[in-house]
Ligand binder design. Structure first.
Ligand code: NAD
Length: 464
């Protein structure tokens, strides 16, 4: 079987490895937990994935992978076939034999912006009775600064005198390339307050730490590790809001944001990543983690004005996108049929959490528009999230009779659509490209009235 790992292209440096082999359990089998479980089994460990969602565990038991993530199904199949990976709903059974327990449950935001640690708390309470002295409890969920210390006291209350280590090991994988990111990370961050725990974590990641393409690792204390994760996501959010403001300025001055971003990103002190102008940041991490960082700042009397501004810019951005689409239908949204290409928060995933496309569709429907959605992986999830939209597997069926076509997610599939056919089947040949996926000249040559983000030739005004 071909390796699901894209790099290094020649050979997967990690398979098969007899040693080191630890017994690990992973609590929570979502995007992070399932990827971590499969990848850790791939590194040679014995791994049990645990979830409270019985349907999810039943599906995994039947070889069905409940989320879309490139390469993940193959890795799970390999791990289970090799007898190194299994799944259960029984926390006690999974943890009883483990050397290390990873906690990978969700940490959403409450209405006040505070991180909701109820899932983490519940997971700790579930595993506490079966923890043994010397084990490491590793929090991979993104949690506010100080959470490891809080969980330490919770464990002290639940199991007085129990000698286990708390570890903060934030995850930096990106959905859409989660398997590759986990196995070939650009860095490992491990926070622990004892040498024993740091040594255990070195053993967990030994194949990655000693590979030819060895990663940089930060071994530090738990508080620092927690802040590294929030700081990273806040910085990325700031970058995105910054480039979106630059896109607005490009539009008003006649500059081209693509070249502006490239020119800025070529500076190695800045780098090209997260400089793509678009409809605003979304997903399961940046919106909630920036809010949680603001909350932490407030709790400690430290202002986080840059992060607050990044959030404000992003909120305004969502409204701007609607104004842009409205301009393309002469302000008549209530009477318009709108084809939306892409509903996931980015390409390569089936995840809709905080997707800018979902926000756009919801607002368009709120304005009375008829919205026809297509997406390569997101339709099943979208049906329940946005039942008022219409869904089409075939993009041309979504586009048929539309007054305007909106590219909302940067799926490469949409870049390959036949532009002349779009112009032909749509009611009006108008395309608003919120991801700068198409070449303006090609779209115009195909007969489309084309507008995009921060590039010359945009029509309509945003009325910011
Ligand atoms: P998710 O919602 O996809 O998965 C969470 C899983 O945990 C669900 O399957 C849920 O049923 C399960 N769960 C909840 N309580 C449980 C319990 N007590 N015992 C067992 N299972 C339980 O979430 P995710 O996207 O995988 O994110 C998990 C954490 O990782 C979050 O803190 C997130 O911020 C962080 N993170 C996510 C990403 C990402 O790209 N998704 C990247 C880095 C970090």
């Amino acid at each position: 079987m071909t390796s699901p790992l894209a790099e290094p292209a020649s050979a997967d440096p990690y398979t098969p490895r007899a040693m080191p082999q630890l017994n690990l359990s992973v609590i929570g089998t979502g995007y992070v937990g399932l990827t971590a479980a499969a990848a850790l089994a791939h590194l040679g460990h014995q791994v049990t994935g645990v979830d409270i969602d019985e349907d999810r565990i039943a599906a995994l038991g039947n070889g069905v992978v409940p989320i879309y993530e490139p390469g993940l199904a193959e890795l799970i199949e390999q791990g289970t076939a090799a007898g190194r990976l299994r799944f259960t709903t029984d926390h006690a059974a999974a943890v009883a034999e483990a050397d290390v327990v990873f906690v990978t449950v969700g940490s959403p935001t409450t209405a006040s912006g505070r991180a909701d640690l109820s899932y983490v708390d519940a997971a700790i309470r579930q595993i506490a009775p079966v923890l043994r002295p010397g084990m490491a409890v590793v929090v991979k969920s993104t949690v506010p600064v100080g959470t490891s210390a809080l969980l330490r006291s919770l464990l002290d209350d639940l199991r007085p005198g129990l000698d286990v280590d708390m570890v903060a090991n934030p995850e930096f994988l990106r959905q859409g390339s989660a398997v590759r990111d986990f196995l070939h990370p650009d860095r490992l961050v491990v926070g622990a307050d004892t040498e024993r725990a740091l040594a255990t974590m070195r053993q967990v990641y030994e194949p990655i730490l000693t590979a030819e393409t060895a990663v940089d690792a930060v071994f530090t204390d738990t508080t620092t590790a927690e802040l590294i994760k929030y700081g990273s996501n806040a910085f990325l959010a700031i970058k995105l809001s910054f480039i979106n403001e630059m896109a607005d300025l490009s539009e008003e001055t006649g500059a081209n944001i693509e070249d502006v971003a490239r020119g800025i990103g070529l500076d190695p002190r800045i780098g090209p990543a997260f400089l793509q102008a678009g409809p605003g940041f979304g997903g399961s991490c940046l919106p909630k983690d920036t809010e949680a960082l603001l909350y932490t700042g407030r709790a400690h009397g430290v202002s986080s004005r840059l992060v607050a501004a990044a959030i404000d810019v992003n909120e305004a951005r969502k409204r701007q996108m609607i104004n842009r689409i409205a301009a393309a239908v002469d302000g008549e949204l209530d009477d318009a049929t709108i084809a939306v290409l892409g509903i996931t928060f980015k390409a390569g995933t089936d995840d809709l959490r905080q997707s800018p496309a979902v926000d756009i569709v919801r607002r368009l429907i709120g304005h009375g528009a008829t919205v026809k959605v297509t997406d390569p992986e997101g339709i099943d999830n979208a049906r329940s999230t946005l039942p008022a939209a219409e869904y089409f597997e075939d993009p041309y069926d979504a586009i048929a009779d539309a007054d305007v076509v909106v590219i909302a997610t940067e799926w490469p599939e949409f870049a390959k659509l036949d532009l002349a056919r779009i112009a032909e089947v749509a009611a009006k040949p108008v395309l608003v490209d919120l991801r700068n996926l198409l070449e303006p000249a090609a779209a115009t040559a195909a007969g489309l009235t084309y507008s995009s983000i921060g590039r010359p030739g945009r029509s309509g005004s945003d009325a910011r």
